[in-house]
Design a protein around this ligand. Sequence first.
Ligand SMILES: Nc1nc2c(ncn2[C@@H]2O[C@H](COP(=O)(O)OP(=O)(O)OP(=O)(O)O)[C@@H](O)[C@H]2O)c(=O)[nH]1
Ligand SMILES: [Mg+2]
Length: 227
Amino acid sequence: MNYQAAKFVISAAKLRDCPPDSLSEVAFAGRSNAGKSSAINTLTRNGQLARTSKTPGRTQLINYFAIDEGRYLVDLPGYGYAKVPLSVKNDWQVHLEQYLNKRSALAGLVLVTDIRHVFKDFDLMMIDWARKRQLPLHILLTKADKLKRGGVQEALTKARQALEGMPDASAQAFSSLKRHGVDVLAQRLDGWLGDPVSEPGPPETEPSRTTPSVGLVPVVPDPDVND
Ligand SMILES: Nc1nc2c(ncn2[C@@H]2O[C@H](COP(=O)(O)OP(=O)(O)OP(=O)(O)O)[C@@H](O)[C@H]2O)c(=O)[nH]1
Ligand SMILES: [Mg+2]
C-alpha cells in the first residue's frame, strides 16, 4: 500500500457516520497520549495528517484517512485521559465500544502503547477483546527512543508473552521520533488492508450476531499519561 497517499476523509462522531464504502480498515487504539496520531503521521510520512498534541485527549472523534479506494486507517479517540469530564468520557466510551463491536470492515487492530508502560488496564482489556473477537492484533510499543536497547527488549518480551496463544497477534518496538519500525508496521498493515474483509453491507446500527460484544471497563483517572 502507498501510505503516503493517505488523505483525511472524515471525523465521525458515531458509528453511523463512518464511511459506508469501507472494504477494509485498520484502527489505531490506545491510551490517550500513547502516540497513535504520531504513528499514523510517521507511517504516512505526513506530519500534518493526524493532529498530535502534548495535551492528552486531542483525538476525540473517529478520524478516517483513505489510503486507496475503500481502504482506510482509523485514528480512534484516546482512552483514559483524566481531565476530560466524565460525561464526555462516557460518551466516547459508548462510541468506541460500538465501533469495535459492530464495524464489519475492521480488518485488524493496532494497539498503541507507550513502551515504558507495558501493559495497563486498557491495553489488557483490548488484547482480551481481540482474542475473543479473533481479530488480528498488532501491538506498537511506541516512544522506543525513550529506552535503552535492553529496556526495549524487555518490553517486547513482556508484550509477546501477553499475546501467547493468539494465532494472529504480533508486537514491535516503534519510534515516531526516530522513524524506527515503520517498515515492519507497513508490512503488517499491507497484509490486513490487501484483503477486503467484507463488501459494503447494510447500515451497522443493529447489534452484530457474529461478534461477541465487549464492555469496556469504567473510566478511571490515570495521572501519568501526560509525558
Ligand atoms: N519521544 C517520542 N515522543 C512521541 C513519540 N510518539 C509520540 N510522541 C509524543 O507524544 C505526545 C502524544 O502523541 P500523540 O500522537 O498526539 O498521541 P495520541 O495517542 O494520538 O493521543 P490522543 O489523541 O490524546 O489519544 C506528543 O507530544 C508526541 O510528540 C515517539 O515515538 N517518541
Ligand atoms: Mg491522537
